[in-house]
Structure formats: structure tokens, C-alpha cells
Design a protein around this ligand. Structure first.
Ligand SMILES: Cc1cc2nc3c(=O)[nH]c(=O)nc-3n(C[C@H](O)[C@H](O)[C@H](O)COP(=O)(O)O)c2cc1C
Length: 148
């Protein structure tokens, strides 16, 4: 799915789903995220990190974030790889969205998803991704528009 937002920013991909509990490692890294599972049978864009908007209809909220779409190869899991999900660190929101139905719009590709040697290296990279996304929103003075 692709489209355009008011103000002209292109949407590379949109997905919707209910926020689930992740492995809770993000919280221990000081980088809380909201996770939604994706159907890997759908045609998905390249696994990687994207600047994103998150819309929470029940709260009438439009939030800014930076998302990873993929299988988190750095995080070993007893059954092998993780299911495909989109996981967003919100730049301007610290509340709880667990159980909410949300819509995630991917706006700009930042980098490919990678397997890091340790969580410290992953955390360092995610902090750079967050900086990238903040600069993106500053630069574009991104309009938080309404969805039809
Ligand atoms: C901006 C961003 C970038 C990420 N990049 C990667 C990555 O390149 N490789 C990876 O294995 N996981 C990546 N992740 C996922 C993290 O591994 C994940 O957020 C962390 O393990 C916490 O997961 P949890 O919420 O399930 O505990 C990224 C997450 C975010 C928010």
C-alpha cells in the first residue's frame, strides 16, 4: 500500500494491527517500542528501519516515530528467528498503547535491518536512527494530517 499525506510526504508502506507485548528487551535498553505483528504472506517492503507516523484512532493521536520492520536478527529466540513485525520507537509519546489498534505509515527508508554483535552496538545504532528521524521531522516540518 502506498499513498500521499497532506503536505506532500509520500507513504512508502502502511500497515495496521493490534499492539502486542514484545520481548521487553527494548525497555531494558531504554528504548521502549510498540510492536505489531505482520503477515509474512503479504508483500512487504525491504526489511529495515524507516521514519514513521503512528495513528491511534481510539485516542485520536498521530505520533512520530522510527520503525524497524523485520525479524530482529540480533535477538536470538529459542525457536530460531522472530516472527515478522513492525516495531516503532515513538519520539514524542511515553504512554501505554498495549492492546490498541494502530496504523503505521512508513515514510522514509533509513537503513537495512542488521545483526549486531551485542545489544550495546544495537542500542548505539538505534540512537542514531532516532536522531535521523528527529532531523527528518524537523526538516520537513511534517504536517500531522488526518486520515480519511
Ligand atoms: C529504530 C529501530 C531499529 C532497529 N534495528 C534493528 C536491527 O537493525 N537489528 C535488529 O536485530 N533489531 C533491530 N531493532 C529491534 C530491536 O532488536 C528491538 O527493538 C529490541 O530487541 C526490543 O524488542 P522487544 O520490544 O521485543 O523487547 C530495531 C528497533 C528499532 C526501534
Amino acid at each position: 500500500m502506498s499513498g500521499c499525506k497532506p503536505g506532500g510526504t509520500k507513504i512508502l508502506y502502511s500497515c495496521e494491527g493490534r499492539v502486542i507485548t514484545g520481548n521487553r528487551i527494548g525497555r531494558t535498553m531504554g528504548i521502549p517500542t510498540v510492536n505489531i505483528p505482520l503477515d509474512d504472506k503479504d508483500e512487504l517492503p525491504q526489511f529495515g528501519v524507516y521514519v514513521a507516523n503512528v495513528y491511534v484512532p481510539q485516542m485520536d493521536l498521530m505520533l512520530k516515530g522510527v520503525a524497524n520492520l523485520g525479524v530482529k536478527p540480533t535477538i536470538e529466540n529459542a525457536s530460531g528467528s522472530n516472527p515478522v513485525c513492525v516495531e516503532v520507537n515513538l519520539l514524542d509519546f511515553t504512554g501505554d498503547l498495549y492492546g490498541q489498534d494502530i496504523k503505521v505509515d512508513l515514510l522514509e527508508f533509513v537503513r537495512r535491518e542488521m545483526k549486531f554483535d551485542n545489544l550495546e552496538a544495537l542500542k548505539e545504532q538505534i540512537n542514531k536512527d532516532i536522531k535521523y528521524a528527529k532531523d527528518f521531522f524537523d526538516k520537513t516540518k511534517h504536517q500531522m494530517g488526518h486520515y480519511e
